[in-house]
Design a protein around this ligand. Structure first.
Ligand code: ADP
Ligand code: MG
Length: 699
């Protein structure tokens, strides 16, 4: 068995240049499609398919439809349009009627065809004075090419992504031959019992039918199998990494004395929601274990994550450790500092703040206190991961708005301690599909609701021509003593339109629209001290309207502001819009979010409509994923988005869930994939994740 298989297995790894009909030049061209070995050819999946099963008699074609016809070339030639364009045209007759094939700007085609030749055309039929197909797919039938005909016509035909100098037919025939010769030899990596449980096709069937299906049902089965495999391999790998880390990261065993949580609750001015309690319990359990916690806590802006994290701080301090919180902006750091110190200082717990603008003298002081254990809780920005910051014994590190940090910053922060527990917080809801892929190695807690008494923000999308009404509305709100934000996509103009620039809009509003009100302009290029002044004036209601860029996206908590107006709203992603909306509706007053936009395309319209419809951040995140795809949603690669080539995280989310469940179960039973049934999977993963996963991780 072994001996017989070996040559074909080697053949699968063979560089395509050695395959019949390829050679070095074609191999180079194929590499642009990501194809370098024979197996890559098998996994070069079609973009779409064309149903060319039926050959129609020309008499029976219906204009407007797409058909395959077969006949003889009766005449052909080149002519010139009035504008001088060259047109190649042929007339094909099958004994029941004639059809014209027309190609613009491709006079060289004439050389390929001869009068009297048998030909197949595939395309949309239009009706002029005669029937016509414009730029149809064609196939000249020669005796020796009958085999080719089998591949390209009279069947469901795969259409591949192409690159220069690689034609559809060339690639198709290459793949066809490879499937015929080797698909049976591809190793099955999904264990049989898992395939059986979900009625998944075997790999040979899947490969044959993803390329050359005889019917669409087979194609569906093939697709499901291949996508499941992709997700399954990814999730198995994540399960292995997570399991390995759990075992490796000797953590701190925090003790939760009985009554500790009760006493914490008593100190709060409100009652925790069920979801907050559930999250706290999960965190407490993680922290009590001697493995390091790696937990993601997600929830809407204002859903009450901070107080949950405060219990974790409380727990670590009661155990004699320090807690550190890293946030992306100074504003946010300051805000956290206020909340956290207000709660902890009265308990005799020392809380400090360290940010970029902290004087170097004060910084040195704080660092010294951190090192010697005189500070219990430190809140800061990136300054916290500087080399010269060290802790006496940090037991808990918290990262807020974690998507603003890279993976390496997270790990630097963690290394400030000896296996500290890690709590990551985010107010950018992550669709579950992304959570289990990108953050598949974290445990996740979710707070879905908002604390009681929060009034939903009324959201309206209006087009540019109704702007005046919006401004009038703002004046009315200001007259009631409330305040407004007006957000623009950019600071400066880019020549497209002035309302997308905060500076220009500020000038315009101040001079022409609200001459009697107090306006201020806030953007990222202002010095920290200027920003602070504006923020604090706004808080004191010395400013009626704050014109701003997205710098206010996180961290400003000001209940008296009731209007959030977003200019050129189509230029923002849903997550960002959602964050902005979260800036209002924070007090008891009815609040409004108004989007101004004339969107340029359908996707943008869809986004704005979805935003108007729902306030549920998770629903918006799912929507965003469908509209923009995972890369855009996360803000690309550095966040460790795994490459998903075949599946679609939104469309195929059921398969992803299934793969996730099976993978984690498999690794729970056989973490090293040592079982004979898992051997092919093991070898595949080791080979695929070379360098990222070691064989020792799997033992
Ligand atoms: P997040 O960090 O998720 O954005 P916060 O923790 O800052 O949210 O909470 C927003 C506001 O809601 C804060 O003023 C907080 O004191 C308050 N809050 C939190 N939990 C509750 C609760 N269970 N009941 C009432 N108010 C709450
Ligand atoms: Mg927060």
């Amino acid at each position: 068995m072994q001996e017989k298989n070996r040559p074909i297995e080697d053949r699968l790894k063979l560089n395509v240049r050695y395959l019949k009909g390829v050679g070095p030049r074609k191999a180079e061209q194929l590499s642009r499609l990501g194809i370098s070995t024979a197996i890559d050819l098998l996994y070069c999946l079609p973009r779409r398919y064309e149903d060319r099963r039926e050959i129609r008699l020309i008499r029976n074609v219906e204009p407007g439809g797409v058909f395959t016809i077969k006949g003889t070339i009766r005449s052909h030639g080149i002519w010139k349009t009035k504008k001088g364009m060259l047109v190649y045209e042929m007339v094909v007759n099958d004994g029941t009627g004639s059809i014209h094939g027309v190609w613009y700007n491709q006079p060289y085609l004439k050389r390929y065809f001869t009068r009297g030749a048998f030909i197949i055309l595939y395309g949309k039929v239009e009706s002029f004075r005669y029937l016509q197909m414009t730029h149809p797919d064609y196939e000249v039938l020669k005796k020796e090419e009958e085999d080719l005909e089998k591949i390209n016509m009279g069947r469901i035909v795969p259409i591949y992504p192409l690159t220069q100098d690689i034609t559809q037919k060339y690639l198709r025939s290459l793949i066809y031959r490879e499937i015929e010769e080797t698909s049976e030899a591809v190793k099955e990596i999904i264990p049989t019992h898992i395939r059986a449980r979900h009625k998944l096709a075997d790999i040979a069937f899947a490969l044959k039918n993803i390329h050359f299906p005889h019917k669409f049902e087979n194609l569906k089965r093939a697709y499901d199998r291949i996508v499941f495999e992709e997700f399954f391999v990814l999730e198995t790998t994540l399960a292995i990494i997570k399991d390995k880390r759990k075992r490796d990261q000797r953590g701190i065993r925090h003790e939760a004395r009985s009554g500790l949580f009760e006493s914490f609750k008593k100190m709060l001015p409100f009652r925790l929601t069920e979801e907050q309690i559930t999250a706290i319990k999960a965190i407490e359990k993680d922290m009590q274990s001697d493995h390091a916690m790696n937990r993601l806590l997600q929830g809407e802006v204002g859903s009450g994550k901070t107080v949950v994290s405060m219990y974790a701080m409380f727990l670590t301090i009661k155990n004699g450790f320090q807690a550190a919180i890293m946030v992306p902006t100074e504003t946010l750091a300051q805000q956290h500092y206020l909340t956290i110190s207000e709660f902890f200082m009265p308990l005799g717990i020392s809380v400090r703040l360290i940010v970029g603008s902290t004087s170097s003298e004060a910084k040195n002081d704080i660092k010294e206190q951190l090192r010697t254990g005189k500070v219990d809780i430190i809140i800061g920005t990136h300054s916290l991961i500087q080399q010269d910051v060290s802790f006496d014994n940090v037991g808990l590190v918290i990262i807020d708005e974690q998507h603003k940090f890279g993976v390496s910053q997270r790990s630097l922060f963690r290394k400030k301690g000896r296996g500290p527990d890690v709590l990551i917080m985010t107010a950018t809801p992550i669709p579950r599909t992304l959570a289990i892929t990108v953050y598949g190695d974290l445990d996740v807690s979710t707070i879905k609701g908002l604390p009681e008494g929060r009034v939903p923000v009324s959201t309206y999308w209006v087009e540019d021509d109704r702007k005046d009404k919006v401004y009038r509305f703002i004046s009315e709100e200001v007259a009631k003593g409330h305040q407004a934000y007006i957000v623009c996509p950019r600071i400066e103009e880019d020549g497209r339109d002035e309302t997308s620039s905060a500076k220009a809009l500020y000038e315009h509003l101040k001079n022409n629209i609200f001459p009697d009100l107090k306006l201020a302009l806030l953007h990222g290029r202002l010095a920290g001290i200027q920003k602070d002044k504006i923020t604090s004036d706004f808080k004191k209601n010395k400013i009626n309207i704050l014109v701003s860029t997205v710098v206010i996206e996180v961290g400003i908590d000001h209940p008296n502001a009731t209007c959030m107006v977003i200019e050129s709203a189509d230029r923002f992603g849903l997550a960002q819009l959602h964050q902005l909306r979260g800036r209002v509706g924070r007090g008891e007053h009815k609040s409004y979010c108004i989007l101004i936009s004339d969107p340029k395309n359908e996707a943008a319209r869809r986004r704005l409509e979805a935003f108007e419809r729902t306030q549920d951040g998770f629903e918006l995140a799912e929507e965003d994923l469908i509209i923009r795809g995972p890369g855009e949603v996360l803000g690309v690669r550095q966040h460790g988005l795994p490459e998903i080539r075949f599946g679609d995280m939104a469309e195929d989310k059921d398969l992803l869930e299934l793969a996730r469940t099976e993978a984690f179960q498999l690794v729970a039973q056989d973490r090293g994939l040592r079982d004979e049934r898992n051997r092919n999977l093991r070898e595949f993963i080791i080979d695929k994740y070379k360098g990222r996963i070691k064989t020792t991780d799997m033992s």
